[in-house]
Ligand binder design. Sequence first.
Ligand code: CP
Length: 304
Amino acid sequence: MKHLIDILDLSAEEIDELIAVANDIMENPQYYQEKCRYKKLATLFFEPSTRTRLSFEAAMLELGGSVLGFSEAASSSAAKGESVSDTIAVVGGYADIIAMRHPKEGAPLVAAMKSSVPIINAGDGGHNHPTQTLTDLLTIKREKGYFDGLTIGFCGDLKFGRTVHSLIAAMSRYANIRYVLISPEELKVPSYVKADHIKSKHIPYTQTTSIDSVIEELDVLYMTRVQRERFFNEEDYLRLKDSYILTLDKLKNAKEDLCILHPLPRVNEIATAVDDDPRACYFKQARYGKYIRMALILKMLEVC
Ligand code: CP
């Protein structure tokens, strides 16, 4: 049995296969509509979510399966003090596969060690979010057509933004990648992410606090929200929350084929006027999340 805890649990070839299946599902949805008949997905969300939980549930329903679960820790027995391990040991008897989000880094790994069914990490604290990365990769592949040679700008909260950490890990496997890391000093990419996935692979990167000075270089711009829920004090959050607001004016010098991504939810970091710009891909990205999760469920349940 295989779990998905970290994006690097999947080889680049396996990711290519998932992207191919997701594209095929978009083309031929009827072919897949009964593939998971009698299978059940449990979504155990100890932290809030709109896209990840609902796209997982929509994915399983569109494969003909069923879903069960909870959307907040308060409505589960975690509120009575039950451990993650015990919860997983029990839910493994009710479902064939589990997607789990938890505020504690490493919780899905602990769950996987105890689980009798495949576990999917649907986001663990400020650590990783591998299925968002699959969504991002599908979007980049569809929008740009390739991964090699891209210059990718990450902008915003690069410290707590788990989607950034997972996407850097994934993209660092491709050739001639370059990163532009745009953040306030306090919200830089953690040194372990840089050491493990950028420096160890000798990937060229620039760190800057200014988006204006680098926007013209980018092929992909990955905007992120400042992660209020990970801050220790509100004062710091309020000081940093509007560090970057992408506007049409700021895009004047950007490439015509720039691909603007955002894992969402957005707060203020992209002006709504940008939504109508053809370079804005973030709502498409959210839509693609369902298809790549359908492909992932099929793979993890070994349904052809
Ligand atoms: N991108 C993402 O993880 O969104 P949700 O928090 O709404 O699931």
